[in-house]
Write a protein that binds this ligand. Structure first.
Ligand code: TRP
Length: 465
């Protein structure tokens, strides 16, 4: 495919390249670290079912809306909103909100990815063997408290992310995802395969936990959590898919490509459960371990399994690959925006935005240290790290998603929207359904989540906690 058929906008080298890059963005810590532990906390099967419903009803349409906006405008988020609204309107602010969210998310995402790098090193040196369970979980507590070590890995991870984005859409992002995503699929399949053979019916119990719905285990909060997570895991609400969509050729089917990305993301989340839970169950543990699941419980168990070194090495490599292909999409949004707005070269934009995000992430690296920024926790009741995660995933992304749905459903001119959707002949109902969901269903559901967070619904007596 030609490199610059439309002015100076680069395009993906192939459609598979786009799918792998977008799936690379979507598949990340959210799938491998977060999904298994929130599914565990929310009782398994029924939560998974509700989560799937959210993905289909809200996630897929908003992903299509983002890709549509990017492809039709050939711009990063700010320019995309400007392109389809009146001159001087405030819609471009939604683009800036997305850029800010990308900035904030990447700053702490990189610190978590840094933990995984640390664990790759620990696995390589066979550090977990011969340790008692409480010593293994102590490793994480020590790491969390050691700001300097976190800072080192944060720097290394940001340098890797910048070096990919620097190399461009095809030569950097696409090329990296073409190597790392197949590697990721292979590793996860091998690990699930390994889990099949664990003692005490670990795998069967995991299957049952993940797929059998149990009504009594679900609270109303779970529904909201499922919807919130579907945003994070699909990289929605801040213009990441929009920016990737701006490099997509006009012939690619919007529905088909989005569906492929969503399916891959969901598949990996479910496989992550089938890889993590059997280990827990075969040791007689419940999967409710919370955020420490990946960095505390698993290494402890790996240490006692045959081939533990290889298993834990493969597992943490998987986490690093997943995190890196997501991080580059976060940085790409910020970098592309600076390039489009200020006319900077990719090189300069990537270096400067990468450095700024690194600096902004320093307090997150020291969140557990207490020597620096200790005052933050006493001021806000959470440390810097948790504050940023809370702000971004609970507020910025749902708000961004709400505005993206409203903008595409109500504000974007009908003619432009219809053309950008490109419904195949005889499938007009697809377009009608798409617009209906964007106008009504998606905003309503997201609004419900936001109102619940502010506590309005509780006050009206509509919903319990
Ligand atoms: N989706 C990624 C994950 O599951 C994280 C991520 C990457 C993201 N880019 C994003 C989340 C943009 C929200 C918006 O880990």
């Amino acid at each position: 495919m030609a490199d610059h058929p439309e002015g100076s906008r680069p395009l993906w080298g192939s459609r598979l390249g786009f799918i792998l890059a977008a799936a690379g963005s979507a598949i990340g810590l959210g799938n491998i670290w977060k999904f298994p532990y929130i599914t565990g906390e929310n009782g398994g099967g029924l939560f998974v079912l509700i989560y799937l419903g959210c993905v289909v009803l809200v996630g897929l349409p908003i992903m299509m809306a983002e890709i549509l906006l990017g492809r039709a405008s050939r711009q990063s988020p700010v320019g995309a909103f400007a392109a389809f609204s009146r001159k001087g309107s405030s819609w471009p602010l939604v683009g800036w909100l997305g850029v800010a969210a990308g900035f904030v998310i990447l700053s702490y995402y990189s610190v978590v990815a840094g933990w995984a790098l640390h664990y790759v090193l620990l696995s390589l040196t066979d550090h977990f063997r011969h340790l008692q369970p409480d010593q293994v979980s102590g490793i994480f507590d020590t790491l969390y408290g050691a700001g300097d070590i976190n800072l080192f890995w944060h720097l290394l991870f940001m340098l890797s992310t910048v070096s990919v984005v620097l190399a461009g859409v095809q030569g950097g992002i696409e090329k990296t995802c073409r190597v790392m995503m197949p590697a990721l699929f292979l590793i996860i399949l091998l690990l699930v395969g390994y889990s099949l053979f664990l003692p005490n019916d670990g795998f069967l119990k995991a299957l049952d936990f993940t797929f059998t719905p149990h009504l009594e285990r679900l609270s109303r909060r779970s529904v909201l959590e499922a919807l919130g997570h579907s945003f994070f895991t699909l990289s929605l609400g801040m213009g990441a898919m929009l920016t990737y969509g701006s490099y997509l050729d006009r012939q690619a089917s919007l529905l088909k490509t989005s569906l492929q990305v969503v399916l891959l993301d969901t598949l990996i989340s479910l496989l992550a459960c089938l890889m993590v839970y059997p280990v827990m169950f075969s040791f007689g543990l419940a999967p409710q371990a919370g955020p420490g699941l990946v960095f505390k419980s698993l290494p402890m168990l790996f240490a006692q399994l045959p081939g533990g070194l290889l298993i834990s090495l493969a597992f943490f490599m998987l986490v690093v690959f997943a995190a890196l292909t997501s991080a580059i999409s976060l940085l790409e949004v910020v970098t592309a925006t600076v390039m489009d707005r200020a006319g900077w070269s990719r090189r300069r934009a990537a270096l400067v935005t990468g450095a700024a995000i690194f600096a902004f992430g320093i307090p997150a690296a020291y969140a557990g240290d207490g020597r620096l920024f200790g005052a933050w926790a006493s001021m806000f009741g959470m440390n810097f790290f948790d504050t940023m995660d809370y702000l971004a995933s609970n507020w910025m992304l749902p708000l961004g998603g709400l505005f993206i749905a409203i903008f595409t459903g109500w504000v974007m001119p009908e003619a432009a929207r219809r053309e950008a959707f490109g419904a195949p002949a005889g499938r007009a109902w697809l377009y009608t359904g798409f617009v209906f969901v964007l106008r009504w269903l998606a905003p309503l559901l997201v609004l419900l989540v936001l109102l619940h967070k502010i506590g309005v619904l509780q006050e009206l007596g509509v919903m319990g906690s």
